[in-house]
Design a protein around this ligand. Sequence first.
Ligand code: ATP
Ligand code: MG
Length: 249
Amino acid sequence: MEIPKSHPRYLSLTTREKLVKGVREGLAVLEGLIAHGRGEAFDYILGEKSHDFALEAERAAVALMKLAEHPVISVNGNAASLVAEELVELSKTLNAPLEVNIFHYSKERVEKIAKKLEEFGGTVYYRGDAVLEGIDHARRIVDSRGILKADVVLVPLEDGDRCEILKKHGKKVIAIDLNPLSRTARMADITIVNNITRAIPEMIKFAKEITKEEAKEVLRNYDNKTVLKRAIEAIREHLTKMAEDVMNA
Ligand code: ATP
Ligand code: MG
């Protein structure tokens, strides 16, 4: 189906198409479509834009990865369907390898996601030769060169459980999640409340600019609790404005 550029929801619809294609190609699973729908709903009530608190968190995330010893970017089916090429660019800019990590495990799907990232020139770990103790689904399987030894992990679209386990293993966690109320959002050290399709390109830009000195300064001033609070308030403010618009129409 061809979506006309003039369609008022063009961006949202093309993003959906990417995900549907991802499912057809075996990168993403049906459950991923549901997760995306929840994300879309939050994006809608946030006004579908990158807020200042999101940009601040993105900058802090880049800073943390820049200063990390072993930063790793975890990639699932949705992330690979939506922003594979951009994730590879971020990975190269920050010298942070990619690791495939999926909730609904199949070896075939892991390999498909890895292949897609490799096609764009990414360094991808997916050996699955180590285990993160304390978690009982497939996501416990990690790569000894990647997440196992990582000190900072970027987990776009992660579930709360896994985030918790990563933290228990002493890792700093950066989450990208449009839902500021989710367990993931509240658990992460840095929470980027933004659509992954906007967040990753913005992070690439920050990663290209920032120096180590600036990174330290950014982290000194960063407070994730305030960022989460501002995200929740942004929803409230947007809804208040929408309510006024209804009355003024
Ligand atoms: P919890 O974190 O509370 O355990 P959950 O993990 O059960 O929640 P899921 O539906 O499994 O929630 O996770 C999907 C999350 O990813 C949702 O919170 C949704 O807002 C977010 N999400 C989905 N698509 C995107 C996207 N394109 N960009 C950013 N976030 C997204
Ligand atoms: Mg979640």
